[in-house]
Design a protein around this ligand. Structure first.
Ligand code: NAD
Ligand code: DAU
Length: 337
C-alpha cells in the first residue's frame, strides 16, 4: 500500500483523513479525487496542499474514464471512498444525486478496483443503513440493512454493491460504518456546525420535533483512526462499525453548545420534524475494538474542541454561509410548513 486514491477528500471527513494519513505514514502518496460539489472545499485541504506527497484531481466518481485515468496516471493501489452526497434533508428534497454518486459512483470505483487489481478498497459507510434502532438494541455488522431515508438507502445500495463485488469478483473490499462525526471543516448544514454558527450569530437553533432523538456523536479523528485500522488490519468482505458508544439527545447537544458559547437556551426553536426521522442509532463496536481501536474523545471533549474550532475559524465558515447555502437554508427552514 503506497499510492492511495481518496475520493471525496475535499469534504469534511475525507480532508481530516488525508491530513491524518500524511502525518502518520511518511511513505504514502495521496491523490484526492473530488467533484467539488457544494460540500467539497479546497480550503479544507490548505494544510496539506504544499506536501509533495499530495495531489488533487477534480472529477466525478461516476465518470468511468476520469476514474481510470487517475488510477493509471497515479499508479493507485488502494482506494478509500468517502465521496458521497451526505445530507439526509437534501436527499428528502431530491434523491437523484444520491443515486448517481452513492450507488452508480461506487460501482464505477469498484470496476476500477477490479480492473487495476488494487490491494484494498475501503467503502466509508454509515450506521444509518441499519435504520432506526429501538431501545435495548445496538446494531451488529451482520444485522440487515433497513434504511429509511433516501440518503441511507443509497448508502445501503453502495454497501450491497461492495459486498457483491467482493463475492463475485474477489475485490478485496472492506466497509466501515461510522456514527455521526463532529469536528473541524464540517459543512454548516449538519446539526452541530449549524447550531454552533447560528449561536455565534445569536440566530435560532432549529431543533426538529421534540429534540429527543439520539445520536452517537464521535470526534472526526477517532473515526479516521478507525478507518485507518480497518484499512490496514480489517478482513476483506467484512464490515466494521465505528462509534463512541455514547448516545446524546439532540436537545442536550444543543444546550451544551449554547452553554459553551455563553448563549441563552431560549435560542432553541422547535421546528417541524424531519419526515421519516430515525429517532435512535446505536452500534456495537466490539469488532473494530478487537483490531485495537478505541474512541479517544468523550462527547464533552469532542464538542468543546469543535465549538472552539468554529469560534477560531470564522474565515472558513462565513464565506460558506452565503449564496447557495442561504438559498438552501430558506427552502429547508424558512419555507417549512
Ligand atoms: P461531505 O458532504 O462533507 O463531503 C463529501 C465530499 O464528496 C465532498 O468533497 C464532495 O465534493 C465529494 N463528492 C460528492 N459527490 C461526488 C462525486 N460524484 N464524485 C467525486 N466527489 C464527490 O461528507 P462527509 O460528512 O465528509 O462524509 C464522507 C463520507 O463518510 C460519506 O461517504 C458519508 O456517507 C460517510 N459518513 C459520514 C458521517 C458524518 O457524520 N458526516 C458519518 C458516517 C459516515
Ligand atoms: O449517523 C451517521 C450520519 O450522520 C451520516 O451518515 C450522515 O452523512 C450525517 O449527515 C449524519 O446524519 P444525521 O441526519 O444524523 O445528521 P444531521 O447533522 O443532519 O442531524 C443530526 C440530528 O439533528 C438528527 O437527529 C436531525 C437533527 N437536526 C438536524 C438538523 C440539520 C435538527 O434537529 N435540526 C437541524 O437543523
Amino acid at each position: 500500500m503506497r499510492n492511495l486514491l481518496v475520493t471525496g477528500g475535499a469534504g469534511f471527513i475525507g480532508s481530516n483523513f488525508v491530513a491524518y494519513m500524511l502525518e502518520r505514514y511518511p511513505d504514502y502518496r495521496i491523490v484526492v479525487f473530488d467533484k467539488l460539489t457544494y460540500a467539497g472545499n479546497l480550503d479544507n485541504l490548505k494544510r496539506v496542499e504544499q506536501d509533495p506527497r499530495f495531489r488533487f484531481v477534480r472529477g466525478d466518481i461516476a465518470d468511468r474514464e476520469a476514474v481510470r485515468e487517475a488510477m493509471r496516471q497515479h499508479k493507485i493501489d488502494t482506494i478509500v471512498n468517502f465521496a458521497a452526497e451526505t445530507h439526509v434533508d437534501r436527499s428528502i428534497m431530491s434523491s437523484d444525486d444520491y443515486i448517481h454518486t452513492n450507488i452508480k459512483g461506487t460501482c464505477v470505483l469498484l470496476d476500477a478496483a477490479r480492473e487495476f487489481g488494487v490491494e484494498r478498497y475501503l467503502q466509508v459507510s454509515t450506521d444509518e443503513v441499519y435504520g432506526h434502532i429501538p431501545e435495548g438494541h445496538s446494531s451488529h455488522e451482520d444485522d440487515p440493512a433497513r434504511p429509511r431515508s433516501p440518503y441511507a438507502a443509497s448508502k445501503a445500495g453502495g454497501d450491497h454493491m461492495v459486498y457483491a463485488y467482493f463475492i463475485t469478483h474477489g475485490v478485496p473490499a472492506i466497509i466501515t460504518r461510522g456514527t455521526n462525526n463532529i469536528g473541524p471543516y464540517q459543512y454548516p448544514e449538519k446539526a452541530v456546525p449549524l447550531f454552533i454558527t447560528n449561536a455565534i450569530d445569536n440566530q435560532p437553533l432549529p431543533l426538529y420535533g421534540d429534540g429527543r432523538q439520539k445520536r452517537d456523536y464521535q470526534y472526526v479523528l477517532d473515526h479516521c483512526e478507525g478507518i485507518d485500522i480497518a484499512l490496514h488490519h480489517g478482513v476483506p468482505g467484512e464490515a466494521y462499525n465505528i462509534g463512541s458508544g455514547v448516545e446524546t439527545e439532540n436537545i442536550v447537544m444543543a444546550r451544551m453548545i449554547l452553554d459553551l458559547l455563553g448563549k441563552p437556551h431560549s435560542l432553541i426553536q422547535h421546528v417541524v420534524d424531519r419526515p421519516g426521522h430515525d429517532r435512535r442509532y446505536s452500534v456495537r463496536t466490539d469488532k473494530i475494538q478487537a483490531l485495537g481501536w478505541r474512541s479517544r474523545h468523550s462527547f464533552a471533549e469532542a464538542l468543546e474542541k469543535t465549538v472552539r474550532w468554529y469560534v477560531e475559524n470564522e474565515w472558513w465558515w462565513r464565506k460558506i454561509k452565503t449564496g447557495e447555502y442561504l438559498e438552501y437554508y430558506r427552502k429547508q427552514y424558512l419555507e417549512r410548513k
